[in-house]
Design a protein around this ligand. Structure first.
Ligand code: FBP
Length: 546
């Protein structure tokens, strides 16, 4: 692989490990845990992995470790730092016993089922230290859920004498890790399963998980680009930029970028849902900002739109719920029909209220909502051009206001989607350190015989020395939710909390940001230099942990 100058220099960065993970480590166990909700149902579904205690690693004398071969899987969307989880895991399993081997399953969970793997050696891991991307072993979205898949996986696990599988994934993948852990435990196969909290979306967090890895680097990358656009916008003073930001459901990415760059408008999906806003309400909010600024001669601005917005507009959310059920029950009846026949079939089967909403949607959006789902049953919102939909509707609203004499100005919109360009960026110091510590914790959970746990690192706004590492039983984060027409045990997704400090900080300033030009230009991620530039966490984390 030909390397860039940055990649070469960055390879020698030694991630900072918390004191508690340096050298010999012992386990300190807390009290038994409970799931966040639906305790009886979750306990029944996970009799072997429910109620286990929280675990923290502290410095202390360590029992000699038996030989343990480990398998690792990268699951779902890329997130900066995945390679450092692997290097942390590799270094720790080798420290515990140099005979231990680490195998990477290729292209996601499918690699386990199809027996596609590679041994991760010292030379191999050295090629990828502190790099972005998941290209070391690849990732995929195959959902591990059937007994047949678990048993196929077991064949290769036995062949390679693997004692534990580490699944690096988001809420859906870790839900599956929990199901797999329970299955292997129930069968007494002696195979441990450990999860790691990954996703740029930032929605895998709770009392135990302060942040998912990748959120820090991705939001800094987007904020750099948004800042650059804002500066261009404030220089030319002739465009309104509509920027859609990745993040399937939750608006954490959009909110964090807004806190870092202070745009004129940022829509937060969770607020739209809570206030029962219609698409028209959102359009009026943006058009009002455009009209106000135009009246002051400022025919320019920046609008941030979260990728998942469309699902949070209550009327559209209700439509999606019914479409999910329809898809689960009758998808096979209409999936092979031509476009018009599909639309007609769906219209015929929808309730009157949802049919009325469906009719108002442009064809491309209606199609995306009614047909394509990812393997976890999610609408593929990153494929919907919400930024164009919104700017076209704003344009129409301004034209109507112009006729009524309520708006005079020029409106020239430009569109951007920021998603994939942030998911594989070279990890920030925070993500490089955090991921290396997560990988180390995962190895220690395995060595201490745990299964059905997720590796965690806490106290992350303190100096790295004082970070706390350990594990949380995955069942502790679960509740029952309706998925594809059925109630299923899943990890509860963390949405933006409207009474949380990050949203309140945004809400306190947004009026001023919309009327005036208050842009902040964060610039690119820095890897070397003053700590207040290089090691700063996201504002979301800083505010939440304050
Ligand atoms: P994960 O939840 O798997 O980390 O994926 C996050 C994400 O980047 C979302 O923000 C986005 O909607 C989705 O992946 C895009 O999926 P794909 O990579 O399959 O296009």
């Amino acid at each position: 692989m030909e390397k860039s100058a940055l990649q070469k220099a960055r390879a020698s960065y030694q991630p900072k490990l918390p004191k508690a993970l340096q050298g010999a480590v012992k386990v300190s166990e807390g009290a038994p845990t409970q799931s966040v909700d639906n305790q009886d149902e979750i306990k029944k579904l996970f009799p072997n992995t429910y109620g286990m205690p929280l675990v923290e690693f502290v410095q202390g004398s360590e029992a000699p470790s038996k030989e343990i071969n480990v398998g690792i899987i990268l699951s779902g969307g890329q997130a900066p730092g995945g390679h450092n989880v692997i290097s942390g895991l590799f270094d720790e399993v080798k420290r515990l016993n140099p005979n231990n081997r680490l195998y990477g399953f290729l292209m996601g969970p499918g690699g386990l089922v199809d027996h596609q793997y590679v041994e991760i050696t010292a030379e191999f891991v050295d090629e990828y230290r502190n790099t972005g991307g998941f290209d070391m072993i690849g990732s995929g979205r195959t959902k591990l859920e059937t007994t047949e898949q678990f048993e196929k996986g077991l064949e290769i696990i036995r062949k390679l004498d693997i004692k534990a599988i580490v699944i690096i994934g988001g809420d859906d993948s870790n839900t599956n890790a929990c199901v797999l852990a329970e299955y292997y435990a129930a069968k007494n196969y002696g195979v441990q399963v450990i999860g790691c909290p990954k996703t740029i979306d930032g929605d895998l967090k709770n009392d135990q998980i302060e942040t998912s890895f990748g959120f820090d680097t991705a939001t800094k990358t987007y904020s750099e680009l948004i800042g650059n656009i804002e500066r261009d916008c404030n220089s030319a003073r002739k465009y309104w930029h509509f920027i859609k930001l990745m993040g399937r459901s939750a608006s954490h990415i959009a909110l964090e970028c807004a806190l870092q760059t202070q745009p004129n408008v940022c829509i937060i999906s969770e607020e739209v849902e809570a206030k029962d806003l219609t698409l028209n309400d959102i359009i009026e909010e943006i058009a009002s900002a455009v009209a106000y600024r135009a009246a002051n001669g400022q025919n320019f601005g920046v609008v941030l739109i979260p990728e998942g917005l469309i699902e949070f507009v209550p009327a559209i959310g209700r439509l999606i719920q019914e479409l999910n059920d329809l898809l689960a029950a009758h998808g096979a009846d209409y999936k092979d029909l031509d476009k018009d026949a599909q639309r007609a079939y769906i219209m015929e089967h929808l309730s009157a209220e949802n049919r009325a909403t469906f009719e108002t949607l442009p064809d491309s959006v209606a199609r995306q909502l009614s047909l394509d789902r990812d393997p976890h049953g999610n609408v593929q919102v990153s494929l919907i051009e919400t930024e164009k939909l919104i700017s076209e509707m704003v344009e129409a609203k301004l034209a109507a206001w112009a006729k009524e004499g309520k708006y005079v100005g020029k409106f020239a919109p430009l569109h951007h989607f920021m998603g994939y360009e942030g998911r594989c960026a070279a990890p920030s110091n925070f993500d490089a350190d955090y991921c290396y510590a997560l990988g180390t914790s995962a190895a220690l959970l395995i060595a201490s015989g745990k299964t059905g746990y997720m590796a965690i690192v806490k106290n992350t706004t303190a100096n790295t020395d004082n970070w706390k590492a350990g594990g949380v039983p995955i069942t502790m984060m679960m509740n029952m939710e309706r998925r594809n027409g059925e109630m299923k045990p899943v990890i509860r997704k963390a949405l933006v909390e409207l009474d949380g400090k990050p949203f309140k900080a945004f809400a306190a300033h947004r009026e001023e940001w919309s009327k005036n030009t208050c842009y902040v230009y964060p610039g690119p991620i820095q890897y070397w230099g003053p700590s207040e530039v290089c090691d700063v966490t996201t504002q979301t984390l800083a505010l939440e942990q304050a």
